[in-house]
Design a protein around this ligand. Structure first.
Ligand code: SAM
Length: 184
């Protein structure tokens, strides 16, 4: 099983036709496409990346799939995502690390990731879900993981359930999925 499949399976439980979702790390657009399918023809996905190439590839992917009208793509840091949303959202997704097949020097960073998660938690509906898939085997990855976990551990338990899932029978930095459920 790929952890990203688990992300999409959980997302399916929180999204329906008309839902609003955020892909905070667009990359090649695979997650954006999956979310666009899940929010249905009345839904909307807000997707962010700092690389023009990510927007180009995602635009092509969505056009081919006939899903372009379900997404708004932003060339800007997810640290500003909360300010760009016109409405509360049902779910957000992060896929940390570098773009597969892209420039490995452009990676997500702990400070901006935490800033983005914090902002998006404020825009998440009660009962909504935040999913953060952390790849951390690259340079800078362990530091981001440390900063993110320190932030997540401090989230008030009365307001959020935070879980951490990882495969235990894999070596070499198996990805970790953090799931944050907003309770109220
Ligand atoms: N979800 C993507 C997919 O389905 O292909 C993969 C995402 S990739 C692991 C991480 C992405 O985060 C890269 O495309 C990178 O450019 C982007 N990124 C890095 N820092 C960012 C930031 N501050 N704001 C938004 N995106 C960022």
């Amino acid at each position: 099983m790929q952890m990203v499949d688990l992300v999409h399976q959980i997302a399916e439980k929180y999204l329906m036709d008309g839902s609003r979702a955020v892909d905070a790390t667009m990359g090649n657009g695979k997650d954006t496409e999956a979310l666009c399918r899940l929010v249905g023809s009345h839904g909307l996905v807000y997707a962010f990346d700092i690389q023009e190439e990510a927007l180009r590839l995602t635009r092509i992917r969505l056009e081919k799939a006939g899903l372009s009208r379900r997404a708004k793509l932003f060339l800007c840091s997810h640290a500003k995502a909360a300010d760009m949303l016109a409405e509360p959202v049902d779910l957000f997704v992060f896929n940390l690390g570098y773009m597969p097949g892209g420039d490995k020097r452009i990676i997500t960073r702990g400070e901006s990731t935490v800033q983005a998660v914090n902002g998006l938690l404020c825009r998440l509906k009660a009962g909504g879900m935040g999913l953060i898939l952390s790849y951390y085997g690259h340079e800078g990855g362990p530091e981001e993981k440390r900063i993110l976990e320190a932030f997540l551990k401090e989230l008030p338990g009365k307001e959020y359930d935070v879980t951490r899932t990882a495969m235990v029978n894999r070596s070499h930095f198996p990805p970790i999925l953090y799931a944050i459920k907003k309770l109220s």
